[in-house]
Design a protein around this ligand. Sequence first.
Ligand code: FPP
Length: 261
Amino acid sequence: MTPAASPLPVPAHIAIIMDGNGRWAKQRGLPRLEGHRRGVEAVRTVVDAAREIGVRCLTLYAFSVENWRRPGDEVGGLMGLLETFLTRETPKMVRDKVRLRTIGRTDELPCGARAALAAAMAATARFTDYTLVLALNYGARTEAIDAARSFAAAVVAGKASLDDAASWAGFSRHLYTHDLPDPDLVIRTSGEKRISNFLLLQAAYAEFVFTPVLWPDFGKTELIAAVTEFRGRERRFGQITEQLGAAGAEAEAKRPGDVIV
Ligand code: FPP
C-alpha cells in the first residue's frame, strides 16, 4: 500500500537535500556533470512520485549560495541543466498541474536560467494542489538577512511595527517561504548528516531522515521508505506524549508559532 492509499498521514511538505551526484559519477569513472545529469532524472522521478503519494509541497535544494565556490565548469553545467530542465518540463508541469516556486536570490542567476524560471512560473502560477519549490542560490542565513532587511524596510515605510518582529507570525511574513507551509520531513541523501544552511528556521519542527542512497539512485521506493520512517515518529511540538491524540492533532494543526517551547 502506498502512503496515499493508507489511512496514516503523508507529510504535506517534504524538503530534500539532494546529495551524492559527484560520488555517484566518481564510482562509475564518469565526469561529475554526468552525476548531475542523472540527478536531474531523479528530480523528474521524485517530483512525480511525491505528487502520486499525496504530498502537497516538495522543496528541492538545487543550488546553494555556497555552490558558487565550485569549479566554474561545474557551476556553468548546473545552470545549463537547470535551464534545460525548466524548458523541457514546463509543458509536463502544466499537464500535471504543478505550480513552480523558487526560494533564494534568483536575481543573481544567469539570465538564461532566470528567463526559463520566469516562463515556467508564469505558466504554472494558477495551480494550487501541488507546489514544486526549487531552492536556487539559497542559503538560510542569507534568507535571514533578506528577511531582516525586508522587515526593516516595512517598518520605515510604516507598513509594519516593531512589535510585529516580536512574533514569529509577524516576522516570518518576510521569509522567502512566507506563503509555504513549514517542511514536515527533511530528507538528505548520500549518508551525510548535515543541514548545510537549508531551511534552518522552517525546519524547526521537521523530522529528519538520512539515507545512504546517492541522489541519482533515489526514486519512488526510497521516497516511500522515508515517508514510512516519518510515520513511525512521534511529533510532539513541545508537548508530552500523553497530551497527543485528539488534543495532539489540534496542537499539530496550530503548530508553535509565537510559543517558545
Ligand atoms: C549535490 O551533489 C548536488 C548539488 C550541489 C546539485 C543538485 C543538482 C541537481 C540534482 C541537478 C540540477 C537540479 C535541477 C532541479 C535541474 P554533490 O555534487 O555535492 O555530490 P558529492 O557530494 O557526491 O560530490
